[in-house]
Design a protein around this ligand. Sequence first.
Ligand code: UDP
Length: 242
Amino acid sequence: MANDGNSLKYKRLLVKLSGEALMGRNGYGLDNAVVDRLAADLAEALEAGCEISVVVGGGNIFRGLQGAAKGMDRATADYMGMLATVMNALALQSALEAAKAPARVLSAIPMPTVCEPYVRHRALYHLERRRIVIFAAGTGNPFFTTDTAATLRAIEMGCDAVAKATQVDGVYSSDPKKNPNAQRFERLNYSEVLAQDLRVMDGAAIALARDNHLPVIVFSIEEPGNLIKLLRGSARATVIHD
Ligand code: UDP
């Protein structure tokens, strides 16, 4: 019998996984061992009683801006980027199901022979039935990012927070992999992130979180088991809030 999640700090959480997180050390595409490991972390969170959903990016396959830089029409290139997120979502669903964690992919661009279309009530229903919901195709609109999609879906789902999975344990004043003196922040408010251009998420995503008082957590997904620590309130992370 799964846990009821009452002891968790975050009972309903949306995790944003970038496409690059699924790529591992490969320069492109998916690393199945990495996808399996991420699925194991998500399955553990579900088992602990968290109502968990995921927005996956597509940067490991295609980014609209890259296409536009090569002369493509930007909106068309963005649609290609959104389709890339659907591939990642299906790979994650497959890994979750293999880990015995029921998962559903809901796409903002309807493709009913592949996965369910995004319908808010359906997503809420799946969460209540203890299924991991994977939101694919971003917001369904060009000129946005999956960070904005993550914030939007977290608000729609009534999540306690949106957790952005990165390679480092929070937000730093500059890249800690390049600058050993970079300062790590424990807490920040939305205005500090925007004013200091801290590049946690794009400005549209942070502004949406601010306007809806949604906490944004930046944590490391590199270390296996860190997601469950985050849910229990013991992971090193930066929390951005009012
Ligand atoms: N995208 C979009 N609208 C959205 C979300 C994503 O047009 O609402 C496109 C955009 O081209 C983006 C690509 O999908 O470059 C992949 O998403 P993103 O760059 O956010 O992925 P990540 O960096 O998280 O891997």
